[in-house]
Design a protein. Structure first.
Length: 272
């Protein structure tokens, strides 16, 4: 029996990368999973987004870990669609919801036409996720934990003067405001809300031609200026590193931890 046995977790952006790592980690600890991912392309995003095949792979990994999973293709920008996924998942998985990881996001950093898309996905999508999920959590009365995926770019002025990059930083900073509001609002219901702030993570969102080119440009701009590297001698974290931190936040080990911004960044912010 895992620490999360009997609990249900709702994870957005679950088809690959950090979302998949969250799903597999929580499943291994006993939680059943409600998984959501767009599994389609957004025009302003210059790298390939997740596919239905990616989501199917997550389903298999969760089932292999011994957990149940209800997976849907849906868009976090569409509040009604998110609501339908939560309703279906909770109905099929025992009528409860204990954990939410609002992870869905895009990083069209070098795009000149991505402001609205990145705000809509990375900020409005997080708001939609919490606004929809908190209602059944309150109704079911079991307390719980919500984790929002931000970034080191949500704590410092990291970026470049391109719409995608500025929008990304603005959205990730905005997540902190959302987190703090809901941490206060939901505390009487024993629902904790925190945000995690990774530096670069080895996922398809980072490991692609377009994002690598943007990162190379940022590194060149910083020559003779601030060091853009992590403090620890690692260039990128693994998705499992972020999943382990999120697991701690949703576990009883962090039962009195709420309203915090948790960097999981190999010391990146400490060097700034």
């Amino acid at each position: 029996m895992g620490e999360l046995t009997g609990k249900v977790a709702f994870i957005t952006g679950a088809a690959r990368g950090q979302g998949r790592a969250h799903a597999v980690k929580l499943a291994a600890e006993g939680a059943d999973i409600i998984a959501l991912d767009l599994c389609a392309q957004i025009d302003s995003v210059p790298y390939p987004l997740a596919t239905p095949e990616d989501l199917a792979a997550t389903v298999k990994l969760v089932e292999d870990a011994g957990a149940r999973i209800v997976a849907h293709q849906a868009d976090v920008r569409d509040r009604d669609a998110v609501k339908a996924v939560v309703r279906d998942g909770t109905a099929k998985l025992g009528g409860r919801l204990d954990i939410v990881i609002a992870n869905a996001g895009i990083a069209p950093m070098a795009a000149s036409d991505a402001w609205q898309d990145v705000i809509d996905v990375n900020l409005t999508g997080v708001y939609n996720t919490i606004d929809v999920a908190m209602k059944p959590m309150i109704k079911f009365g079991n307390g719980g934990s919500i984790v929002l995926t931000s970034s080191v770019a949500g704590l410092i002025g990291l970026g470049a003067p391109m719409a995608g990059s500025v929008g990304y930083a603005a959205a990730k900073h905005g997540i902190v405001g959302i987190m703090r509001v809901y941490a206060n609002f939901l505390a009487p219901y024993r629902i904790r809300v925190n945000s995690v702030h990774p530096s670069a993570v080895n996922t398809p969102m980072i490991d692609n031609e377009f994002t690598r080119s943007w990162l190379d440009g940022m590194a060149q701009q910083s020559e003779g200026g601030p060091d853009m590297g992590n403090a620890l001698p690692v260039s990128a974290l693994e998705p499992e590193d972020i999943a382990n931190a999120a697991f701690w936040l949703v576990s009883d080990a962090a039962r009195y931890v709420t309203g915090i911004t948790l960097p999981v960044d190999a010391g990146y912010i400490n060097k700034r």
